[in-house]
Design a protein. Structure first.
Ligand code: PMV
Length: 318
């Protein structure tokens, strides 16, 4: 059985995080500058059913059997075996690596799941369609943060810009004009489970206030969709900044995020916001064409840990 490899990109949420958990739309796009990779190799001499999992970034090198039942990598492997109705797979080693920062709002957990699920299904000679890859990755996402919307596994599996509404068929977003975003990391790890849980508590304590915030975000997401489809870069920026203001009100921003948002705007960004779960992790800034580097430099000077540019849409993307 030959070795197999699969990779999956990271992602950013352009608008709509958190509200998307409550049935509102979100816009998410893949980022190919960072990737997760899974390699599955046969393990000659080992008995059928022997599966070794290796993930150097988390110092994991263990047999599948030895992992705690809720370990995300083990759950992903078992999900594939269940899906394919395989009890004892041929002996193999599964190695996962990733350049996507963990707990930073770039979808590292979902990307690792998607890469692993694809590589393992391919290794077993039964490649899975995108729809099933996404569905299995969603099961693993539930371990990362109890009530995921499904936006991460969807955008990462299909690797294209999406207008996502929980539980609805995937809608591809047509972006014909290139938009430049700068992605900057606060360097503060922030597990999505915590902020999603805090938003839930806030919503339970004061449903009208939170529903109002979610509705306001929904209007921004709809308007942003029109901007992306029409190539209207000028109007997209303010929608992002307003989304950030609403996320602050929701309690999921932080001093570091606010600081980077301000620095980006001062450097000429058209709009900026946190991206993902918040309280840390990454922020994104929309840059006017040709000005991406200026905004990126300003973010580095303001203390951002990792900064990169990504382009959404335009003729070079399928
Ligand atoms: O995984 P993150 O940190 O990129 O956040 C995902 C977006 C949330 O809306 C906060 C959660 C979800 O499940 O949609």
């Amino acid at each position: 059985m030959p070795a197999t490899t699969a990779t999956a990109p990271g992602k950013i949420i352009l608008l709509g995080e958190h509200a998307v958990v409550y049935g509102r739309p979100a816009i998410a796009v893949p980022v190919t500058q960072v990737r997760a990779r899974a390699v599955v190799k046969p393990a000659p001499g080992k008995p059928a059913g022997w599966v070794r999992l290796q993930a150097p970034a988390i110092e994991l090198d263990a047999d599948l059997e030895a992992l705690r039942p809720e370990h995300p990598l083990g759950v992903a492997v078992r999900a594939v075996l269940d899906e394919l109705d395989i009890d004892r797979p041929p002996a193999c080693t599964i190695r996962v690596t990733s350049t996507i920062p963990i707990a930073a709002g770039l979808g590292s957990g979902a990307a690792i799941s998607v890469a692993l699920i694809r590589a393992l299904a391919d290794f077993l000679g039964r490649p899975l369609p995108d729809e099933r890859v996404s569905a299995l990755a969603f099961e693993v996402e539930k371990l990362h943060h109890g009530t995921p919307s499904g936006v991460d596994n969807t955008v990462i599996t299909y690797a294209m810009p999406v207008y996502f509404v929980r539980g609805q068929p995937i809608e591809r977003l047509q972006v014909n004009t290139p938009f430049t975003f700068v992605v900057a990391d606060t360097g503060v790890p922030s597990p999505t489970a915590t902020t999603v849980g805090d938003v839930r508590q806030g919503w339970q304590a004061n449903p009208p206030a939170f529903e109002h915030l979610f509705d306001a975000i929904q209007s921004l997401v709809r308007a942003a969709r029109a901007c992306l489809e029409r190539g209207n870069v000028e109007d997209l920026g303010p929608l992002m900044s307003e989304n950030h203001r609403l996320l602050r009100e929701m309690g999921v921003s932080s001093l570091e995020l606010d600081h980077l948002v301000k620095a980006a705007l001062a450097a000429g960004s058209l709009g900026a916001k946190l991206s993902g779960g918040g309280r840390g992790g990454n922020m994104i800034a929309l840059a006017p064409a040709e000005e991406g580097q200026v905004v990126a430099d300003a973010l580095r000077t303001a203390g951002a840990h990792q900064v990169f540019l990504t382009t959404v849409g335009g003729p070079q993307k399928p």
